[in-house]
Design a protein around this ligand. Sequence first.
Ligand code: 13P
Ligand code: SF4
Length: 308
Amino acid sequence: MEVSRLQRKVIQLKEKEKALILAHNYQRPEIQEIADFVGDSLQLCFAAIRAEDAKYIVFCGVDFMAETASILNPDKPVVIPDVEAKCPMVAQLPAKKVVEAKKKYPDAEVMLYINTLAEAKAEADVICTSSNAFRIASKLDSTKVLFGPDRNLAWYTAKRCSNKEIIPIPENGYCIVHKLFQVEDILLLKKSHPDAEVLVHPECDPEVQQIADFIGSTEQMRRRCFESHSKKFIITTEIGLIDRLKRELPGKEYIPAFEGAICYNMKRHTLEKVYHALESKKTVVKVPEDIAKKARLAIERMMGLSKQ
Ligand code: 13P
Ligand code: SF4
């Protein structure tokens, strides 16, 4: 079926069913266009708690994001269009590894990246996202902070919180997509486009972060494009963000730092699957209440500290 026709069908069904569609910035453009809200991980937490009028949420993002929306909204069904949309990074830090690290460092506080499953979050004192990691770390009481699974975000946070010892768990957690960016590729692009600003996500390797003009979450990168006087940007994150920027700010130019930076897990959701999820409401994401209760405390603490 033609994309725009299917989009109209999705919108009609969504309205009839009183569903709210939330989508991450890496979603396919045709999904971003019909979503009620598109944003980064932190914004999607706040969007999930604002869903009072909706009967259910259709979450177009990966497993940990849908789980978080469900934890924050225990009475509202959260449906995911493709249950196999899983962030591979979360598997790098199972709950048992957090428990082991807590035993090894009993005087440390545990701040986990939102890119973890609920069971791991339940072991944390607080959660963070790429947009607030150093702000949250700086507000913790203890000097030692256990943080994982993303080693590069740990490095980024440690650089900005020199009074904290950030201990990465595991030793070398990473995102398979942000690992693809290479300093040499970016420097070559910069040579051909000397007027372009290099915007980098903190999941990128430290060498890549070191040549950035700006580092931030997907939303912070987007905002930078709006606020900067520059007309050209080298975008060093998953290419879905470029689809959004081209649609919302077409007067500027966006150059992908690497065209192959595609998160196939995020892209598992298609418009057809969104339609079927709305129709069947079968693929509900649910976290057992004992785990959800503990994880909720850590997520809500982050949300509270983010506003301060
Ligand atoms: P943001 O919170 O910046 O949107 O990042 C989420 C993510 O998974 C990045 O790979
Ligand atoms: Fe996970 Fe990386 Fe995909 Fe983000 S881009 S969802 S961290 S695999």
